[in-house]
Design a protein around this ligand. Structure first.
Ligand code: G4P
Length: 536
């Protein structure tokens, strides 16, 4: 018989919702939360004109701009399942935070605007999910607006992403003539009417695709003819459904609907929960850790300071990978080899925090961090030491010199910059032999600079001068004992070091990289995250 821990883990579903901005991620999240009763009214996640604030946005900057910069976690119950949604920042600009959040998810829901298809952000996010081989579910949204041909949309997913698709339902027209969807499993029609907006369940009218008379009555002769042809084509030429392929991310079940009108969301949720899996096993130094083991283990995927001005603190987010977490119990922080009691374990509902006594594999918990944790660290039951493989660091693509302007605030400046570097919000580098007053900040997406500026001012009271650099490529010196000053480098190439004193060169383009290699025979330049063969 399954133990209580096993039962709890078995009902956990942890997924991320990914989309290009404006495709409808926030709206879909809100509707899912409504089903779980986690929020009481539509508009709590993101309101209309009157209240632009979202449950999932906790920074003022986000509220001001109406975008979600940091990612948050939302937990709710639905029909016996315990669901954790990881909200990923949905801005055009990309940050490392997004990548890391995807590391904590067991599956992903990709929201696509039916009029636009795949957009740049969808592409980037998809790549990260595909890299991990996690199941990807697709929700094609906004069918109540004019949309592209559904076959085209499926074709685009297949050719661009190299995955197979299986349409779980099929739209009956779109825009003003949108009539609903045909459910290919249940052989019924879900009719669309704007009155369906809200929580009420949509009436499913059973109707076989061969029942011409009934179909004509429901959707009219023309649309019936089109639907019959399209479903025949799908049945004949489309891929077969195979759950194993879904589980390894090779086949994406596709749902059509309209999040805003709450149309197709419930069907999506029910099918998704049936197809998606409990927490996936994770690798620890070549072995696989069983999530159902009764021993607790987790890894740090996010660190954030000063999340709430009312609580000036630093919170570390742990994704539990196995077993049960118990408040007050001693656990091992593997990287420091110290045992500790995690203080004030909390579950997050965006800004709301609730202290919890227990949590299970699949859950995300936040703990107070006295400054010991780093991204990728493992915390576990001391009797089963594991070490999860680190979270990849992404190579910065933009660089800027950041200088302190007010010498009275020297301490706050360096404290703030160091804090954000530890959080992984930015990467910092130093010009050798220069102090902490002037640092080079490297980021993946330009938005990270705005967040840094805003947070430095609001959390540390520091203003600074920022000068963008033309550099875009960073390389690590393979031979760290090399006297960098003796290298022949183009005028714009800069020598920088990270906090550990590792030497890097930053270049303004490929031309300068080639120049350095040509002029310095024997020089070996590694990628930013590439290790020497002798390194672990
Ligand atoms: P995001 O989180 O992916 O960025 O998208 P979000 O849910 O904020 O949705 C972006 C816009 O698209 C919003 O309109 C939202 O109301 C609209 N939208 C979402 N789903 C649907 C849908 O199924 N049909 C239609 N027609 N629109 C949809 P907005 O005007 O930009 O914002 P708001 O003022 O409505 O909040």
């Amino acid at each position: 018989m399954a133990t209580r821990t096993e039962e709890e883990i078995n009902r956990r579903r942890t997924f991320a919702i990914i989309s290009h901005p404006d495709a409808g991620k926030t709206t879909l999240t809100e509707k899912l939360l409504l089903y779980g009763g986690a929020i009481q009214s539509a508009g709590s996640v993101k309101g209309k004109q009157t209240d632009k604030h979202a449950v999932s946005d906790w920074m003022e900057l986000e509220k001001k701009r109406g975008i979600s910069v940091t990612s948050s976690v939302m937990q709710f119950e639905y029909e016996g399942y315990c669901i954790n949604i990881l909200d990923t920042p949905g801005h055009q600009d990309f940050s490392e935070d997004t990548y890391r959040t995807l590391m904590a998810a067991d599956s992903a829901v990709m929201v696509i605007d039916a009029a636009k298809g795949i957009e740049p952000q969808t592409r980037k996010l998809f790549k990260v999910c595909a890299m991990r081989g996690i199941p990807i579910f697709t929700f094609i949204n906004k069918l109540d607006h004019e949309a592209r041909d559904p076959f085209d949309l499926l074709d685009e997913l297949e050719t661009e992403f190299g995955i197979r698709t299986y349409a779980m339902n099929w739209p009956i027209s779109c825009g003003i003539s949108f009539k609903g969807v045909y459910d290919r499993q249940k052989h019924c029609i879900l009719t669309f009417a704007s009155s369906h907006a809200g929580r009420s369940r949509i009436e499913a009218i059973e109707c076989d695709i061969g029942d011409t008379e009934k179909l004509d009555e429901l959707i009219g002769e023309d649309l019936r003819e089109t639907l019959t042809e399209q479903v025949e084509l799908l049945d004949g030429a489309g891929f077969d459904f195979n759950l194993d392929d879904v589980k390894c991310g090779k086949l994406s079940p596709v749902f059509f609907g309209s999040a805003l009108n709450n149309f197709g969301v419930e069907t999506f949720l029910e099918n998704f929960l049936k197809m998606t899996q409990p927490p996936l096993a994770r690798e620890s130094e070549g072995t696989t850790v069983d999530p159902f083991s009764d021993k607790f283990s987790a890894f740090v995927f996010k660190i954030q300071a000063n999340m709430n001005k009312a609580h000036r603190d630093r919170i570390t987010f742990l994704r539990i990978c196995s077993g049960k977490f118990e408040r007050g119990k001693e656990y091992l922080h593997v990287q420091s080899a110290k045992t500790m009691r995690l203080s004030q374990p909390q579950q997050m509902m965006a800004q709301e925090r609730e202290v919890i006594d227990e949590a299970y594999a699949g859950d995300i918990i936040g703990v107070f961090d006295p400054g010991i944790f780093s991204i990728g660290d493992t915390v576990c039951d001391a009797s089963m030491p594991v070490r999860y493989s680190g979270i990849p660091t992404f190579t910065p693509e933009h660089f800027a010199v950041v200088e302190q302007v007010d010498s009275m605030k020297r301490k706050q400046f360096s404290k703030g910059i160091t804090q954000f570097a530890q959080e992984g919000a930015i990467q910092i580098f130093f010009l050798p032999e220069s102090g902490m007053e002037r640092v080079i900040v490297g980021v993946v997406g330009m938005l990270q600079y705005d967040v840094l500026e805003f947070r430095m001012e609001s959390e540390y009271g520091v203003k600074y001068l920022k000068t963008d650099m033309p550099h875009e490529i960073i390389k690590r010196l393979a031979d760290q004992s090399l006297d960098v000053k003796t290298l022949k480098l183009s005028e714009d190439t800069r020598w920088v070091q990270d906090v550990r004193g590792t030497n890097y060169l930053i270049f303004d383009g490929q031309w300068s990289v080639r120049w350095a290699l040509d002029k310095n025979p024997g020089l070996i330049l590694l990628d930013f995250d590439q290790k020497n063969e002798t390194e672990q």
